[in-house]
Design a protein around this ligand. Structure first.
Ligand SMILES: Nc1nc2c(c(=O)[nH]1)N[C@H]1C(S)=C(S)[C@@H](COP(=O)(O)O)O[C@H]1N2
Ligand SMILES: [Mo]
Length: 342
């Protein structure tokens, strides 16, 4: 499977950052013939997750950081692409949407550090011949973990480039044998009011009826780009990014990429996803990134890319159809009016 880097601008922008060093280190290892699968990736900021960024004015106080992210073994697939610049790890860890922990961009980092992800239980059920429940160990060991560099475009018109670790959702779905009636895949986030302050309070949790639910058509779920992620930047996911396992659908707005999944259910009816339920005139089932279909309250033509420096001092760039993944996914929507099915 080929994951192409379609945006030439991404290549031009490469600057000398810790993130480009990350890429360079990888190609150096390749040249030396050292398999990445055999060496867990050790970050440049080995002394501590945030030490390398301590000079950055954006850095909040990390003294409350309790969650341990551990290096993961993974293989570099032949489709490795240079997507530069990558968003700095610190930004990916500290600028989040995870309303279960609060609606502020800094809330998930601040309030999710003690979130318990082990033990974990993920059940795959519904219209499948072989339903299964996986525990924390299974999630990290059952499937071959690979790295995928993907753009992420939030419906709020900001974006990141993220080096995910994970495995294709298709691999998991094949292992449970969907029946011929299965047409949709429904995902559900953990519901735990003791651990998630936003679930215990409607005010803190943005008025959402929890658990958070998302869904894909089965053919979207089976597309090779669709990833179940267990890590990023070479390490297991932090709670604020959806530990221990979350969905990543790079051609759709970020809200489709549901975090901390406990249940995946195959069904024959289109499930109602959380954001569509809250505001169906603003958020649809498909949520494909589309610069020509504006949100009722703002334009989707451009995005604020989050790179080095202050998250608000970033220059805007053009948003690409299907977030730049049209070659891989446009065929899924041949017969669909994308203005009506937003
Ligand atoms: N369960 C759950 N999943 C969620 C969300 C959420 O609030 N709850 N926010 C979504 C939104 S709007 C975005 S943009 C991405 C953000 O992922 P990140 O914080 O890892 O960048 O997660 C998505 N997944
Ligand atoms: Mo989002």
């Amino acid at each position: 499977m080929l994951i192409k880097n379609t945006a030439k601008s991404d290549l031009k922008e490469s600057s000398l950052t810790s993130e480009t060093h990350y890429i360079e280190r990888r190609s150096l290892l390749k040249k030396l013939g050292i398999g990445l699968a055999s060496i867990p990736f050790i970050p440049a900021a080995q002394a501590g997750l945030f030490d390398a960024f301590s000079s950055d004015a954006d850095a909040p106080d990390n003294s409350g950081l309790l969650f341990q992210r551990t290096p993961l073994n993974y293989s570099s697939p032949p489709n490795y692409q240079a997507l530069t610049p990558l968003t700095p790890e610190k930004k990916i860890l500290q600028y989040n949407n995870f309303y279960e922990f609060g609606t502020g961009k800094g809330d998930p980092f601040e309030f999710a550090q003690q979130f318990k992800v082990d033990p974990w239980s993920l059940t795959i059920d519904g219209m499948v011949d072989k339903p299964i429940t996986l525990n924390y160990e299974d999630l990290l060991k059952t499937f071959d973990i690979e790295e995928r560099l993907y753009r992420m475009r939030c419906v709020e018109a900001w974006s990141m480039n993220i080096p995910w670790l994970g495995f294709p959702l298709a691999a998991l779905l094949k292992s449970v044998s969907p029946t011929s009636s299965a047409k949709y895949v429904r995902f559900e986030t953990l519901h735990d009011e003791e651990q998630m302050r936003g679930q215990a309070s409607r005010r803190i949790g943005g008025g959402i009826d929890y658990p958070y639910v998302e869904a894909l058509r089965l053919d979207e779920a089976m597309n090779p780009l669709t990833l179940l992620s267990v890590g990023l930047y070479g390490k297991t996911l932090a709670p604020q990014n959806g530990a221990p396992i979350r969905l990543v659908v790079p051609w759709k707005y970020g809200f489709k990429s549901i975090k901390s999944i406990v249940r995946i259910t195959l069904t024959d009816k289109e499930p109602i996803n959380t954001w569509k339920k809250i505001a169906h005139s603003e958020y649809g089932f498909y949520a494909n990134v589309n610069p020509s279909v504006d949100h009722p309250r703002w334009s989707q033509a451009t995005e604020r890319f989050i790179g080095e420096g202050s998250v608000f001092a970033q220059k805007r760039k053009e948003t690409l159809m299907f977030n730049g993944y049209a070659d891989e996914v446009a065929h899924l929507y041949k017969n669909l009016d994308l203005k009506r099915n937003y």
